[in-house]
Design a binder for this molecule. Structure first.
Ligand code: UDP
Ligand code: MG
Length: 315
């Protein structure tokens, strides 16, 4: 029987975690004869009694495993730990606040059986505050424009990964992680299942504005050096403009010497020249920093999906 692992990050979810577990267990019953399951709850340093509740659930359900962090390391770290730990033939990542409906995860499994390596759940609709809806909409679209890779819009971390995809993902050890971007990076056959994202069952979001900005920044900086390239472009533009400025100052000095204040020409030339040269120099530095950055990420150079060899290789 094939094994399926669920990676379930938990941070202060004591109000709703039992209900989530029950709904997931209920959904899994329908697939009991086809798969074995492993439910990896990653307790990301919860300050409430989420851990105690999980331990209690674990006593009755042998499929349940808990990885408990020593403090809050964040959602992306929790997912990563779960992926590192999971042993299944496929791994499903989902939130534990019931915003990602457990039933939808069964649809992900069906797609996987059709041969897809990555099946992500795409939000057809979402029930969130207007502010979150608007910022998310704008963000995902700008990310798609800026990023060097194709990151699907309106998808969170709710997705299924085949074990080969998980194996490749484990090679990525960068610190400021944007897991959903890394999943796009690794390739394989990817497809989407659409779903309606529900309201959080209980409690409040653990992505306050500050964490949202951090994640959004990680998304862009992890997959784009466009912000650095902008410096170079601005530098070039400023340099060209400063040449016009210098020409203008010289012309004034030559043709209207009575109008120009003494010392003005030298001052303007000095300011414009220094400004332009400085911006270009920053652009040069930015180019190297961009390279250092991508080198420091130490991403795999390529990902092999399949090796095709026949016989012993002799003609
Ligand atoms: N979460 C986590 N660590 C954190 C913040 C959130 O493990 O520091 C978990 C949380 O328990 C939930 C999932 O990540 O299962 C998504 O968080 P949340 O629902 O607060 O975010 P939102 O859905 O509002 O974007
Ligand atoms: Mg949520």
């Amino acid at each position: 029987m094939k094994a399926i692992s669920y990676v379930l990050p938990v941070y202060n979810e004591s109000l709703g975690i039992k209900e989530f577990y029950q709904q997931l267990a209920e959904a899994l019953k329908t697939k009991k004869s086809q798969y074995t399951f492993e439910l990896i709850f990653v307790n990301d340093g919860s300050k409430d009694d989420s851990l105690e509740i999980l331990k209690g659930l674990g006593k009755k359900d042998k499929r349940l495993k808990v990885l408990s962090f020593s403090r809050n390391f964040g959602h992306q770290a929790a997912i990563t730990a779960g992926l590192d730990y999971a042993k299944g033939d496929a791994v499903i990542i989902m939130d534990t606040d019931l915003q990602d409906p457990p039933k939808v995860s069964l649809e992900l499994i069906e797609k996987w059986e059709e041969g897809y390596g990555v099946v992500y759940a795409k939000r057809r609709t979402r029930r969130d505050t207007l502010f979150k809806k608007i910022t998310a909409h704008v963000y995902y679209r700008s990310l798609r424009t800026l990023a060097d890779i194709d990151i699907p819009a309106d998808t969170g971390d709710f997705r299924l990964l085949d074990k080969t995809a998980v194996r490749e993902l484990r090679k990525f050890r960068e610190k400021n992680r944007f897991v959903r971007g890394l999943v796009s990076f690794i390739g394989f056959r990817q497809t989407a299942v659409e779903f309606d994202r529900l309201d959080r069952l209980a409690g409040e979001t653990h992505y306050p504005f500050r964490k949202m900005v951090k994640l959004a920044t990680d998304g862009i900086t992890s997959f784009s050096t466009v912000p650095l390239k902008i410096i170079t472009r601005v530098g070039m533009a400023m340099f060209v403009l400063s040449m016009f400025g210098i020409a203008y100052a010289l012309a004034m000095k030559l043709f209207f010497p009575t109008v120009t204040v003494s010392g003005w020409t030298l001052l303007i030339i000095a300011i414009l020249l220094i400004g332009g040269v400085q911006m270009i120099s920053m652009g040069v530095i930015a180019t190297y920093i961009g390279r250092i950055y991508t080198e420091a990420q130490m991403r795999p150079l390529y990902i092999v999906e399949e090796v095709i060899e026949q016989g012993d290789g002799k003609d």
